[in-house]
Ligand binder design. Structure first.
Ligand SMILES: Nc1nc(=O)c2c([nH]1)NC[C@@H]1CN(c3ccc(C(=O)N[C@@H](CCC(=O)O)C(=O)O)cc3)C=[N+]21
Length: 209
């Protein structure tokens, strides 16, 4: 089977729209985040090597390295999310005829829910980084493509909030409340200041247009 990341966009959207459990909102968040990182890379690639931007050359090189590593991380999360969510769906299908089976099924669901919480949380962390990287592109990038730095910020913010919703929905079903609360606290730290950062980057870009 072709990995999601290697499918055409049309196939991906068809499957996203379908009743199939994956790809779902978790994978869509990772795609949005990867787009953010890719757009930051694009601004770097269109700034590096231009005499007019020689002053920011080293900064753009360093940024490109980070945004490309981040893009790879987020691209990997598209499949990672499908994998954990498929595993979660499979646990709901486990037999529940006997008390023993019920206990085993519940334990398997809870274990899968933890993973289905951790993957979008890792995605949220990467998305927060994507927003922060887009700011450097907005500050220093080629003015001819500066709007793309703003799109990177908006995609990163949409991705972050989307990943957060996937954390919330799964954490809400966790019986291990200590685990859930710890993950939710990590998420809140990532969300802290993100909206203001995204809006600031939007304004940084807008005044340059
Ligand atoms: N890390 C993570 N990633 C997600 O993508 C994610 C998530 N967590 N948490 C919950 C939401 C919700 N979501 C669903 C998508 C499709 C069905 C779906 O198609 N259900 C079919 C069942 C299909 C089947 O059993 O094969 C149905 O109910 O009829 C259900 C749920 C994904 N989410």
């Amino acid at each position: 089977m072709i990995e999601i990341k290697d499918q055409s966009l049309e196939t991906f959207f068809d499957e996203l729209a379908s009743k199939a459990p994956t790809p779902g909102g978790g994978g869509a968040a990772a795609v949005m985040g990867a787009q953010s990182a890719a757009l930051t890379s694009m601004v770097c690639n269109l700034t590096i090597g231009k005499p007019k931007y020689a002053e920011v050359e080293a900064d753009m090189q360093a940024l490109l390295e980070k945004s490309e590593a981040l893009r790879a991380r987020l691209t990997g999360m598209i499949k990672a999310d499908a994998d954990v969510f498929n595993r979660l769906m499979a646990t709901y299908g486990l037999p529940k005829d006997t008390d023993e089976q019920k206990a085993a099924r519940s334990a398997a669901i809870q274990e899968a829910l933890k993973e289905a919480t951790e993957v979008p949380l890792a995605c949220a962390e990467a998305c927060r980084e994507a927003i922060d990287l887009s700011r450097i592109a907005a500050d220093k990038g080629n003015l001819g493509v500066i709007s793309d730095a703003g799109v990177a910020a908006m995609a990163g913010y949409g991705a972050l909030k989307s990943a957060a919703l996937n954390v919330y929905i799964n954490a809400g079903s966790l019986k291990d409340r200590d685990f859930a609360e710890a993950k939710l606290a990590e998420l809140e730290a990532l969300l802290q200041g993100a909206e203001a950062a995204a809006e600031e980057i939007y304004q940084i870009v807008k005044v340059k247009l």
